[in-house]
Write a protein of this length. Structure first.
Length: 272
């Protein structure tokens, strides 16, 4: 993206995400839900990838993409890894040193988060200007099945929660593609009218079916928790509700906890 296309609002969101994650790691009692900044980065990644690719004319060169990416990221990235190891040696308990030294090599070779790198590369290679694409719909389906598997069969799909992160990337990517395809300014009321018309009817049905299944198929001890989660889910504020109570995504009994991603995505769209 050219310098004149840099958007201060997105840079501000990036800064908020960075501070949230740093706060979570260094001051966990003050920022118990700062990890949400990682989800915000997923949305920003997809959004910025689509903006960059849509601004280019003709086909994109994968080698130019990786050259520019490595030139911009790797020097500072390597410096941060070594500074982190140095701080582990001098400021953290010795018992943690072996663990961090073991993690250093995967970090230096970009393997510790290989699944995320592969997702971004796939989006870059496959991207076209059309918004409605079967490959993106397929990725959405995989993400949905992964999350459902994690909630209903956690022993079979222990990492199915990654589908939520995939939704964040898809959300940002599609938002940028849609906005780029429109001429002139975007009407915020029209945007939300179409969004609500498309999502809310099925969304409400799913929430009530979830509550119905909780009553019939799950332990009675979980019913109060899910009933309490229903109202935040119906009003798209699940992310705020769970932030207040300092809970985590990995609570299996909260069948409606997955709806926090809808609240987070909506909040990001408001900012954009």
């Amino acid at each position: 993206m050219r310098r004149r296309d840099h958007r201060l609002d997105l840079q501000g969101l990036r800064g908020v995400a960075i501070l949230s994650v740093l706060g979570f790691h260094f001051f966990p009692s003050w920022f118990p839900n700062g990890y949400v900044g990682v989800d915000q980065f997923f949305v920003l990644s997809g959004f910025l990838m689509a903006m960059i690719l849509n601004s280019r004319s003709g086909s994109s060169n994968i080698f130019d993409f990786y050259y520019g990416r490595l030139k911009r990221i790797v020097p500072m990235y390597i410096l941060i890894v070594f500074l982190t190891l140095w701080s582990c040696i001098f400021f953290f308990p010795a018992s943690n040193l072996d663990l961090n030294m073991e993690a250093a090599l995967p970090a230096l070779t970009f393997l510790s988060n290989l699944w995320h790198t592969d997702e971004e590369s796939e989006y870059f290679i496959e991207m076209r200007r059309r918004v409605h694409r079967l490959d993106l719909q397929g990725l959405r389906g995989v993400a949905i099945l992964s999350v459902l598997g994690f909630h209903f069969f956690p022993s079979w799909f222990p990492n199915g929660y990654v589908g939520v992160d995939q939704f964040f990337v898809l959300s940002g990517f599609l938002m940028a593609m849609i906005l780029d395809s429109r001429s002139g300014s975007t009407n915020i009321f029209d945007f939300y009218y179409r969004r609500l018309k498309r999502i809310v009817p099925m969304y409400i049905l799913i929430v009530f079916l979830t509550l119905w299944s909780c009553i019939l198929f799950f332990p009675a001890s979980n019913l109060d928790l899910n009933m309490e989660a229903a109202l935040p889910a119906l009003t798209f504020v699940s992310n705020l509700w769970h932030t207040d109570e300092e809970s985590e995504y990995f609570i299996e009994v909260g069948r409606l906890l997955v709806q926090k991603s809808n609240g987070l995505t909506s909040a990001f769209e408001d900012s954009v």
